[in-house]
Every structure is written in C-alpha cells, then in structure tokens.
Design a protein around this ligand. Structure first.
Ligand code: C2E
Ligand code: MG
Ligand code: MG
Ligand code: MG
Length: 276
C-alpha cells in the first residue's frame, strides 16, 4: 500500500512538473510574439521632490496584456524574457516608446526633465544598447540627459569588457546612469568609483521598514551617506506613508517615488494631473 502511494506521489510530482513546463513553454511562446503583436504598453510613475511634491521625472514601467494569459505584471515575465533573450527586443521597444512619450509631453507643454527606463543586464551584453539609445535620441530629438537608464547590480557582477565599453558609449551620449534597487544586490563599492554612474535608487526593501525598523533605518542612513560622499543623486523608492516621507526628508533625501504620490499612470493620467 505504501508502495502504491509512493508511486502515485511520484506520478503526481511528474505531472506537476510537466504542467509547469507546459506553462513556461506557453509563456515563452506568447512572449516571443508580444512585441510584434503590439501587446505591451508603458505606465509612468512620477518621481517627485519630497518637500514640495513637484514632479521631477517619471519612470516607465512595462505592462503586458496577452489574449491567452491576461494581464501580466513584470514580475511574472521579465525573468523569463531575460533567460530567453527576448528582453533585448522588448527593451529596444521600451526605449523608443519612452523617448517618444517624453517628446510628446514636452510638445504638449508638460515640463518633465527626464524619463527613466529600466534596462536589463542582458541589454548590456552583446547587443547594441548604446546604438539603440542613440537611435531613440536621434529620432525624438531629445538631449541625452533627458534619458535615465536604471539597471541593477547584476550588470556590475557580469563585469564583462563589453559592459565597460557600453558604459563608456552611454556616457558619451550624455544619458544618466542609475543603479536601481541599491542595497539589494552584491554591491562592490569600488564599482561606484570606476563607472560613470550618476545616481542610486534606495531600494523599497529598506524604505518599507522606516522609521520603525532599526536595521532598515541603518541601511537608509548608510546609502544616503554613500550617495552624499560620492556626490551621486539619490531617489527613494516605494514611499507609501507620510512617516516614511518625513524620515527621508530628515535624512536629506530630496526625491522620492511611491504610492504615497502616485502609482504608474497612463499618459492621459499624467497630463491630467500635471499639465498646468
Ligand atoms: P523597479 O524598477 O524597481 O520598479 C519599481 C516597482 O515598484 C514597480 O513595480 C512599481 O510599480 C512598484 N512600486 C512603486 N511604488 C511603490 C510603492 O510605494 N510600494 C510598492 N510596494 N511598490 C511600489 P512593477 O511595475 O511591477 O515592476 C517591477 C520590476 O520589473 C521593476 O522594478 C523592474 O525591475 C522591472 N521592470 C519594469 N518595467 C521594466 C522594463 O521596461 N524593462 C525591464 N528590463 N524591467 C522592467
Ligand atoms: Mg526601476
Ligand atoms: Mg527599483
Ligand atoms: Mg526591482
């Protein structure tokens, strides 16, 4: 009897594995066609001056609506897209779309200094990230400093010669370079001096716990100190409460982003809210 149950358990296990594999295959098949089928759109989350609420910049965040899979959040597909390499094509689309949106807002009279775009470590490897950026800037007539690229510490770990060349080429284009989710990864602090980085984003992982959690408070203070002494910009992510905002202001953090101010907004929502 126990033998039989063991056998059934094994069958259930392999059936579950097969199902998972089937789901992954479906996801990957749909993902491959998603750019061509025009299934992505971007939403834009405001980055505001913490003291005044003034709009400083927006971060573009990708959204995917698929006929078979429904609404897919980035957490459900970005990792897969990185594994398959589809992120390179998707990322190219995002760059172009974000630059076009900023150009359109500017010509509508909306004074947004900068648009931030998330860039995968895969886009730094092998493919022509700098070339795509140059093309997007040329097409839209935006100056390099109107575009900010956010990447995670994963890029720094790869430490490929191509990565360093890409950084140099991006710097030449004048784009702003920011480390996202700072503190979550394996930051080797010497990278901060070696690479032409303009800013850090204080991870929401730590912002969440302030002002009550002592170790989150300590990390926020440490990251603020690093940014200050290396003269890097700093944006706090995931600001959800007035208590967090007050705490960050007390640390001297100037800019924040989070549900306290706004979630990702459609272009129409951005205009309705911020167009004078
Ligand atoms: P991220 O770049 O760190 O973006 C911040 C994430 O936190 C966003 O989730 C945003 O909606 C969410 N968020 C903003 N404010 C708050 C808050 O106050 N509280 C909480 N709990 N969350 C907040 P989203 O849009 O689901 O994106 C998740 C991640 O997916 C992003 O993290 C980024 O790493 C990646 N991602 C998004 N768009 C793109 C893209 O176009 N390309 C690439 N390569 N990655 C992207
Ligand atoms: Mg980001
Ligand atoms: Mg982040
Ligand atoms: Mg993140």
């Amino acid at each position: 009897d126990s033998k039989r149950r063991g056998r059934n358990g094994w069958q259930a296990f392999t059936a579950e594995l097969a199902e998972q594999q089937q789901e992954r295959l479906q996801l990957e098949t749909q993902l491959r066609r998603a750019v061509g089928n025009d299934e992505f759109h971007l939403v834009y989350q405001p980055q505001v001056e913490l003291a005044t609420g003034r709009l400083m910049a927006v971060e573009s965040l990708i959204r995917w609506t698929n006929p078979a899979l429904g609404q897919m959040q980035p957490s459900r597909f970005i990792d897969h897209a990185e594994t398959t390499g589809d992120i390179v094509g998707i990322g190219g689309w995002v760059l172009k779309q974000a630059c076009r949106q900023l150009r359109d807002w500017r010509s509508a009279g909306l004074a947004i200094e900068r648009i931030a775009v998330n860039v995968s470590y895969r886009q730094f490897l092998g493919e022509d990230l700098a070339g795509n950026v140059r093309a997007a800037l040329e097409e839209t007539g935006l100056p390099g400093h109107a575009l900010e690229l956010e990447f995670t510490e994963r890029v720094l770990i790869e430490d490929e010669p191509e990565t360093l060349r890409t950084f140099a080429a991006l710097r030449e284009l004048g784009v702003m370079l920011t480390i996202d989710d700072f503190g979550e990864g394996y930051s080797a602090l010497n990278y901060l001096r070696r690479l032409p980085i303009h800013g850090l984003k204080l991870s929401q992982l730590f912002v969440q716990g302030v002002p009550d959690n002592a170790s989150d408070v300590a990390v926020c203070e440490a990251v603020t100190g690093i940014a200050r002494s290396l003269k890097l910009g700093l944006v706090a992510e995931g600001v959800e409460s007035h208590a967090q905002r007050e705490f960050l202001l007390g640390l001297g953090v100037a800019i924040g982003q989070g549900f306290l101010f706004a979630p990702g907004l459609t272009p129409a929502e951005v205009q309705a809210r911020y167009l004078p």
